[in-house]
Write a protein of this length. Sequence first.
Length: 220
Amino acid sequence: MPDIIPSDARELARRLEERREHAPVGNALLDRLDGDRAPELFRRLVGTEAQCHRAEMTAYGTMLARFPRRPAADLFIRLSRLVYDAQPKLRKCAEALDLPDPFGRFWPPGREAYAFNGTLSWVANQGSQASFALSSYTDMVVYFSGCASLVQRVCELKIDAPAEFIEYYEGGASDELTELALEVVQDGLDRGDDPQEALFQARLLEESIADFWKSAANIS
């Protein structure tokens, strides 16, 4: 018999965690990081990050237009603000790394730099409220933990990194915001959203985060 997915946000989050444990998407940047390659890899990371900001701002605006109700609207507004407020800090990272304006060009090249953008945009345009909120929850959990691991590895290897870079990537996910994301997932499920669809799309977004790290690591 097919697996029955319950309409419960925390159960969906638990199942995503199980998949993460059994089939981790990995972080290629951690695998390639060393002192010699660090400056190039850091610049590629900042460049890839800037491309994601482009897609995120549009995606959150799309979701706000599609679901202008509480608690969903609150989540999308706050996510937009999070990315918007991060942009000046990312510019400072770029300047410290001698990287031209990362928002002013499409760089780095390669599919991996834009895989996250494509998945997020698709979920924003075609997914349900629950799908997008669960994808956002997964994004925060996986991305921020990856950033924390990166900063830890930089410190362990005693790699020289600009203070602006460390400041940008050392922050963790907001417990309040991840809880709000699960609340929005549950609200969508209570309104009839398909939990199987939400689980599928959130895992797909998580896999695209692996491509994000691959882009930074310059692995095709």
